[in-house]
Design a protein around this ligand. Structure first.
Ligand SMILES: [Zn+2]
Length: 465
């Protein structure tokens, strides 16, 4: 009996000792996207809004700069850059930096598209636009002719937790094969081969890209001097060379050959996977994720730390992917744009095209009421008109933009918003029709439009009658 009491007391003491000496674990999260190609879907941005807090960092692994949603400001910007020589050497603000700041991005890594879609002058401007927004632009293996890094190779972020700041090192790397060129073989076949940055048109040999794995080895060593608690490599490159014809996709080699990296975000190949585990040369676990493309999903890398002797030790790490469904409203928007495009192309060269239509016969979805808003109508006014807060409505900034919101049973079913030129359609309303900046349209009641097709540009003109 006495023995049992002693053992019992010993147990209580052990528990007390453990409770006193144990430290609380803390979490740090890294949210990562890649290959957005100009798309920041509402579902993605609202997820980020909910998830982003003091202990969370948001990064992108490159190829963010592209055509984007049809009718968007990104469309207009790229179009201006490509269609006139003026912006080859004069500044044009790119809307991406502001848009990504608004979503909450902390750092972005240069992908091959950032180089492809610009010349050197335009790329410099884009990088400076990001700097103005206080977003770090990273790529450890992009060098200037003189051997200096073109942008920051890495950044160390202090992430606040209840136990103190965790030091997170973010290393940025870019696939060495930036472009593609085509050779015609003797038998007439066309063979694609990769093109390095050194030979790239519009860059005049001012930049070159170093080997991704070798540069990771070099820069992890440099980063270690800053004593980060963890290092995450955010890399615009695919996981495996064997899956693609390009040798630059070498995340696997990076994970296995370079010591000191805790987790890797992959990109470029548009693949989606939650977590693949590798072991580096020291036998440490390296976790890898790739968050697909177009903002259809996002990876959340979670690190759990325990603080001992003033040092944060990783006690667990794992990755989850959140996927987003495209909304019915967005699908209807795409269907409507296809309808405009097909109508123009089908009837461009025939005289059979109708001269007038009812909009309700034309739209590929049902609606019972539509609101056409005048230029500069505020989102607050729009929300008041449609009677609830739907997504993230923006106002039209100029006369070449349109905003028509289609409703069914008092719910939005489509928001036709953006620069009309990229919709292959122009809507024309008489200014006197607007009542309090709004024209209310009902099917078969007042939805008749006169039609004209601009055959040269393949653009449909719809005039409200
Ligand atoms: Zn890419």
């Amino acid at each position: 009996m006495k023995k049992r009491i002693i053992i019992g007391l010993l147990g209580v003491c052990m528990l007390l000792i453990t409770a006193c000496s144990s430290t609380k674990s803390v979490d740090v999260n890294i949210l990562a996207t890649t290959d957005l190609h100009g798309l920041l879907p509402y579902e993605l941005t609202s997820y980020i809004k909910d998830e982003k807090s003091k202990n969370t960092i948001l990064v992108d692994a490159g190829d963010f700069y592209d055509w984007g949603k049809q009718g968007s400001a990104w469309n207009k910007c790229l179009d201006l850059k490509w269609s006139t020589d003026e912006y080859d050497s004069s500044y044009l603000e790119v809307p991406i930096a502001k848009d990504m700041k608004a979503v909450g991005y902390d750092a972005v890594v240069l992908g091959n598209h950032e180089f492809i879609k610009s010349n050197k002058f335009q790329l410099d401007n884009m990088v400076s636009d990001f700097k103005k927004q206080d977003i770090d632009v990273l790529s450890a293996n992009t060098y200037k002719k003189n051997g200096e890094n073109y942008v920051k190779p890495y950044v160390i972020k202090n992430i606040s937790t209840p136990e103190g700041d965790v030091k997170l090192g973010i290393l940025g790397l870019t696939i060495q094969e930036v472009g593609q060129k085509y050779d015609t073989l003797k038998n007439g076949d066309i063979k694609a081969k990769s093109e390095g940055l050194r030979d790239f048109e519009g860059y005049d040999g001012t930049l070159y890209m170093g080997d991704l794995v070798e540069n990771a080895k070099k820069w992890v060593k440099v980063m270690k001097k800053d004593k980060p608690d963890i290092i995450v490599a955010v890399v615009h490159s695919g996981e495996n060379t064997k899956e693609t014809k390009y040798p630059g996709n070498n995340i696997q080699e990076l994970a296995q050959e370079v010591d000191g990296i805790d987790a890797i975000v992959a990109g470029h190949t548009h693949k989606e996977f939650e977590q693949h585990n590798y072991k580096n040369k020291s036998g440490e676990k390296v976790i890898v994720t790739q968050p697909g493309k177009y903002g259809e999903c996002i990876s959340k890398i979670n690190f759990k730390f325990e603080k001992n002797n003033n040092k944060f030790n990783v006690i667990d790490k794992s990755i989850k992917i959140a996927k987003f469904e495209k909304s019915e409203e967005d699908k209807n928007f795409e269907k409507l744009l296809d309808q405009f495009f097909n109508f123009c192309y089908k009837d461009k060269n025939s005289n059979k095209a109708p001269k007038e239509i009812n909009l309700s016969d034309f739209t590929p979805f049902d609606w019972d009421k539509a609101y056409a808003f005048d230029t500069h109508t505020s989102p607050e006014k729009i929300y008041k008109t449609i009677c609830y807060k739907w997504q993230d409505i923006k106002k039209t900034e100029s006369e070449d933009m349109v905003q028509i919101i289609f409703m069914k049973n008092n719910k939005v079913v489509c928001n036709l918003y953006g620069y009309e030129f990229y919709f292959n359609s122009y809507f024309e309303f008489n200014k006197s029709e607007y009542k309090d900046s709004t024209i209310t349209i009902y099917p078969k009641k007042n939805d008749r439009f006169k039609i004209n097709i601009d055959k040269l540009w393949c653009i449909l003109h719809l005039k409200h009658i």
